[in-house]
Design a protein around this ligand. Structure first.
Ligand code: NDP
Length: 337
């Protein structure tokens, strides 16, 4: 009954959402206005308070990661539920929630989502912080704790340490007692990476990475490298590892790593390489519940703080993409409907 009233009251409301008809540059992000959609069985309608910008959005836009066209864009948003579909239990109208997929379409004022993809937001986490962090912090949780099993006392290398994932990862690693060497492309970013807790920072715009890591580790190298830069840093990442070390190659900001001869892993020290994606670590309801509980606990503890470097109106997403791809951002970028 309450549900019908809500939908009836909103029948004339409109929703604005991004659409990609063809792959290409930021100018490919178009906008359409629709009637507010009604949630089907098992779904809810979320009114977005904030939308998270992620580098993966640029891969979907360019086609580096194949998607069907036309399609929406964006994986991550936070807001409040304004209507429930049939059969939804455990949520009520007015509940504050966030999500990080599945499917594209977060660049929108409103979105119909499966109820089981939603995470309830703690009261002390505002929409913009949640949208800036949920996907990125869950990535950090999965990569640090369940993929690489980093241990207190380890020293690890984190590329793009002043970026969205990077700043969260540096703080997370410090919170669990790890020494962190970060890489960045400018002095301004180095200052930010140090402030986040990096013990050492290598300016990879001017200095060689692997010799720097060897010098900082008395020649030993590091047991784990987290590399979201991809193509430009792949070999330097391998060269920074200690024997039997692990390269967690989790992104392609500079382009994808391809054409690898596995023999180099033997030559460089019987190395391990994994190419993880968050969604395989958040596939089951149990993994999702445990992972997100850990994320909220880390954010709530104050040991991991979320930095929103830039905020744009939602419909200026194309400009936000340009700035992100030009390496001009630090921390997270958020789009506000
Ligand atoms: P960032 O905020 O980290 O932005 C990317 C950063 O990469 C830039 O700021 C820049 O830092 C660095 N970079 C190096 N070379 C280039 C280049 N040629 N072009 C652009 N940037 C470059 O982005 P996110 O935090 O959103 O994502 C970080 C990485 O994590 C991405 O590769 C993303 O795909 C990956 N990711 C992977 C996930 C997974 O499940 N596998 C989940 C989430 C993110 P600097 O100027 O210091 O070099």
């Amino acid at each position: 009954m309450g549900r019908q009233c809500i939908l009836k009251g909103q029948q004339k409301m409109k929703c604005t959402r991004a659409v990609i008809e063809r792959h290409g540059g930021p100018e490919m992000i178009g906008w359409v206005e629709d009637d507010l959609p009604a949630p089907g069985p098992g779904q809810v309608l979320v009114e977005h308070g904030a939308v998270g910008l992620n580098f993966i959005d640029t891969y979907h836009r360019t086609g580096l990661y194949p998607i069907e066209l036309p399609n929406g864009l964006g994986l991550e948003a936070a807001g409040r539920i304004i209507a429930l579909g049939d059969g939804v239990t455990g949520f009520a109208v007015g509940d504050r929630v966030a999500y990080m997929g599945p499917g594209l379409g977060a660049y929108a004022t409103h979105r119909v989502m499966p109820a089981d993809a939603l995470y309830r937001l703690p009261d002390d986490i505002p929409d913009d912080i949640a949208a800036a962090a949920i996907l990125k912090a869950a990535t950090v949780e999965a990569l640090v704790e369940r993929c690489a099993h980093v241990k207190p006392g380890d020293t690890v290398l984190v590329h793009a340490a002043a970026g969205g994932v990077g700043l969260l990862m540096v703080q997370w690693l410090k919170a669990i007692g790890v020494q962190v060497i970060g890489t960045v492309s400018s002095q301004a970013k180095a200052d930010i990476a140090f402030a986040a807790g990096c013990d050492h920072v290598i300016r990879y715009d001017r200095d060689e990475i692997a010799p720097g890591v060897r010098e900082l580790t008395d020649g030993a190298g590091v047991p784990v490298v987290f590399d979201g830069v991809g193509k430009d840093t792949f070999i330097a990442s391998l060269d920074s590892l200690s024997p039997r070390g692990l390269l967690v190659s989790f992104g392609n900001a500079s382009g994808p790593v391809d054409g690898v001869n596995l023999g180099i892993l033997a030559q460089k020290g019987s190395l391990f390489v994994t190419r993880p994606t968050l969604f395989h670590y958040y596939a089951s309801p149990e993994d999702r519940a445990l992972g997100i509980a850990r994320v909220w606990s880390m954010l709530g503890s104050g040991k991991v703080e979320v930095t929103i470097g830039k905020t744009y109106p939602l419909t200026e997403a194309a400009q936000a993409h340009r700035v992100l791809e030009a390496r001009k951002t630090t921390g997270s970028t958020v789009l506000i409907p």
